[in-house]
Design a binder for this molecule. Sequence first.
Ligand code: SF4
Ligand code: SF4
Length: 143
Amino acid sequence: MESCACEKCVSACRRDPGRLVPADVKKIADFLNIGAAELCRGYLVRIPARGRDGHVQFLAPAKIKARRFLAAPGSVVPDYYAGEAGRCVFLSGQGQCLVHEVKPFECAAYMGCRHTFLGRPYKEKDVEAFFVSRWRKAQDQFR
Ligand code: SF4
Ligand code: SF4
């Protein structure tokens, strides 16, 4: 998927990094020249889906606030995590994505200026269902 890259558009990167799909793990790990396990332990957090899909966990870049991780990389985030804004671990000090070429699926599929996901109006419930469907069968792959 092609992803856009206006330098000014990093508001989501400063608040709530985009979720990965399972195939992103190897792509990003290869890009960083590290293993998948190191990526998961050192840069990503596990986010449980809401409601009855809570047994499904997504991977997303860890958030940083005041120079500290809001939840430790490799961990399952606490309930309050979604409501806490934090900058993405892959956002450089100059406001650029350090993994732009292989950025997580949600980062590439979301257009902040149009508030769309895969070209459709962004609806939290539908986007969550999309990621649940992608992660349901891959739960044990990156533990
Ligand atoms: S991975 Fe890149 S595009 Fe996605 S939130 Fe982080 S800095 Fe932004
Ligand atoms: S979402 Fe819009 S503003 Fe943001 S990088 Fe893409 S085209 Fe630019």
